[in-house]
Design a protein around this ligand. Structure first.
Ligand code: ADP
Ligand code: MG
Length: 242
């Protein structure tokens, strides 16, 4: 499925926080149907990329074009309705709602905009998809890390996004849980979503991604097929901190 036309195009994207240039002139494309791995050392700007594309933070400069339409300047809920969903590196469920209600809320207010009954049916579907159906009535605080991460995935998917931005969904999981998550992410792509996959677990990056892009100090330093990029001298020295 990789190699389709661009679904997301980011041009000269910048984001400055007080004293920190978190993204510095990043230009890249995410093609329809692909899994693009977004890599880079801690603090290189990966989460910031997700935060600005999803409208969580305003950009400082540059363009974000999704399905041919400019997105920069739109509030997060409009971007979600346009078909972009994201997970948080630290899961952020609604703490006072059950697992089922958490997923139903997204189905009601995401791009699908379903009524309450339909949203509940949709939510059950994603709980089954992520293996959380037995925890439907639990509160998020009662879930283990693996279940909280999968709840993040279920919430992102319930919006029926065209593009899913995954921020370190595998961190902290056991090897067996990582295998389950790899299978799940493959199924998400098979269902037609395009994915930006921010991850440090190299086994998963190699197994899942069509291409990778590498950030260092907010700049894009390499992009291309994973094996090629990981052999790039600039990438190796960014990871080694030299
Ligand atoms: P990564 O996800 O690659 O580890 P981040 O995108 O979280 O990196 O951070 C990139 C840089 O931007 C870091 O220097 C970080 O401290 C800074 N940063 C990120 N978010 C904020 C924020 N909300 N306020 C101030 N600085 C931030
Ligand atoms: Mg991060």
């Amino acid at each position: 499925p990789a190699g389709g036309r661009p679904l997301l195009e980011v041009r000269d994207l910048s984001k400055a926080f007080k004293g920190v240039q978190a993204l510095d002139g990043v230009s890249l494309e995410v093609r329809e149907g692909e899994i693009l791995g977004l890599l880079g050392p801690n603090g290189s700007g990966k989460s910031t990329f997700i935060n600005v594309v999803s409208g969580h933070y305003p950009v400082s400069g540059g363009e974000i074009i999704f399905g041919g339409r400019p997105l920069q300047g739109l509030p997060a809920h409009r971007i979600a309705q346009a078909g972009i969903a994201r997970t948080y590196q630290i899961p952020r469920p609604f703490g006072h709602m059950s697992v089922l209600q958490n997923v139903s809320m997204v189905a009601m207010f995401g791009s699908a905009a379903l009524g309450p009954e339909q949203a509940t049916r949709e939510a059950w579907k994603w709980l089954e998809f992520t293996g959380l159906q037995d925890r439907a009535d639990a509160l998020p605080d009662d879930l283990n890390l693996h279940q909280r991460k999968f709840l993040e995935l279920a919430r992102a998917l319930a919006a029926r996004p065209r593009l899913v931005l995954l921020d370190e969904v595998l961190s902290g999981l056991t090897p067996g849980e990582i295998n389950d998550a790899i299978d799940l992410i493959r199924k998400i792509r098979e269902r037609g979503s395009t994915i930006v996959f921010v991850e440090h677990v190299m086994r998963a990056v190699m197994a899942l991604t069509d291409r990778i892009a590498v950030l260092n100090h907010g700049k894009l330093i390499a992009q291309g097929p994973a094996a090629e990029v990981m052999a790039n001298a600039d990438v190796v020295s960014a990871y080694l901190g030299t």
